[in-house]
Design a protein around this ligand. Sequence first.
Ligand code: NAD
Ligand code: UDP
Ligand code: UDP
Length: 427
Amino acid sequence: MGYRRDEMEQAEAHQAYNRKAMKAIRYMLREQRLVFVLVGIAIATLAFTLFSPSSSIRIQYNSDPLSEMRSSSSSSLAQQSRSRIEEYISMGSVGGRIPLGLKRKGLRVVVTGGAGFVGSHLVDRLMARGDKVIVVDNFFTGSKENVMHHFGNPNFELIRHDVVEPILLEVDHIYHLACPASPVHYKFNPVKTIKTNVVGTLNMLGLAKRVGARFLLTSTSEVYGDPLQHPQVETYWGNVNPIGVRSCYDEGKRTAETLAMDYHRGANVEVRIARIFNTYGPRMCIDDGRVVSNFVAQALRKEPLTVYGDGKQTRSFQFVSDLVEGLMRLMEGEHVGPFNLGNPGEFTMLELAKVVQETIDPNAKIEFRPNTEDDPHKRKPDITKAKELLGWEPKVALRQGLPLMVKDFRQRVFGDQNQEATSSSTE
Ligand code: NAD
Ligand code: UDP
Ligand code: UDP
């Protein structure tokens, strides 16, 4: 009897359970609640896959909002950068899997000399596409003002450091620009200039080797010296005085190129070499002695334009945005170089003075001064190689670029005078 009563109780419990289950199913079917439950399960599964510690770092990188920001800019450079870092990661060259919480965000780029004229424009482009940028600069010719609009952005760091001393950083790309570029500045302390070019470049190459970063050297058209071949092709070895007043810069950059190639061949460092021709634009140092900045500042201040020698020597002037585009294409591309980056438009210094007169003041006077020692007679880049392999060529003609520089100089020349009246401090 007791056994039958147990059986009856069990059957009743079973029926009650079935009734409850049916009620739950009917509840879920009513008003499409089942669909909501299934969608909930799918979201939970996806979230578990993405954020589980065992999922690969590659998935974490793609889910990074910074990387999406970059790819949404849909520039092919940004896509190449992303595929490159993914390639690093899949090769395990950045240490394989990274613990949860240390996920990689964007490309980490160091720009030495990033507070200078060219460097600060490069930094602007890298920041705009979402890279994490570290500027390393000793402020010899650069200034905080050139990069202070990035202060407070967590993707930006500024380190006061002299590249002649070693430095430890963890980065993916190194743009090595640190070196004074104006003849007046690099002749000021020639031994320091050659140390910056040789020891500074050695240190940055050592850093690139240690962390497996790609390294770009900003060399110069000065490696061709006073050229006997015109226009200059990358295969031309140059005509350089090894013991002259410009040698600290010319020979320094030639040695820097040698170091880059030796680290490339001997230590497999991925290097890129740009040979930059005369570049101008906003943020050039006002009194750096270079011809474009001199002429523009002189015309604005109603002083005579100082033409050195007979003014028949030639240069080719490139606007800074064209150069920055070329540098980035070179860094992201697959070719070591060297590549000439310059505008092939060639001007005598008298012709340049005329363009400055047309742009600023037709009545500006010209004053002839003795030329400096070892001044190259002519310079014009052959950019066939950059056109073919980087798909790059300058877009801004001198008459278009000069007014942009004049606007910036006008503000600074007259702003500076106002400031001088109120403050004696420059920092
Ligand atoms: P710039 O003088 O405006 O910038 C150079 C930057 O490097 C400055 O911010 C300076 O403070 C910094 N610097 C110098 N020595 C340093 C050191 N030892 N440690 C750390 N920082 C240091 O010159 P730029 O015109 O911007 O030139 C940038 C690079 O491009 C240079 O390497 C230059 O040789 C090369 N380049 C420029 C031109 C041009 O026409 N602008 C032409 C050929 C090559
Ligand atoms: N270096 C640096 N940061 C690094 C690695 C190297 O500044 O992260 C410097 C290092 O101090 C040395 C130079 O780069 O002076 C060359 O380094 P490398 O390892 O190639 O040569 P080594 O130290 O063996 O002479
Ligand atoms: N130059 C000039 N007047 C100036 C400054 C420079 O005529 O006030 C000349 C200089 O002699 C050289 C050319 O302009 O022939 C370019 O000089 P810069 O210093 O700009 O650059 P470089 O190409 O010599 O490195």
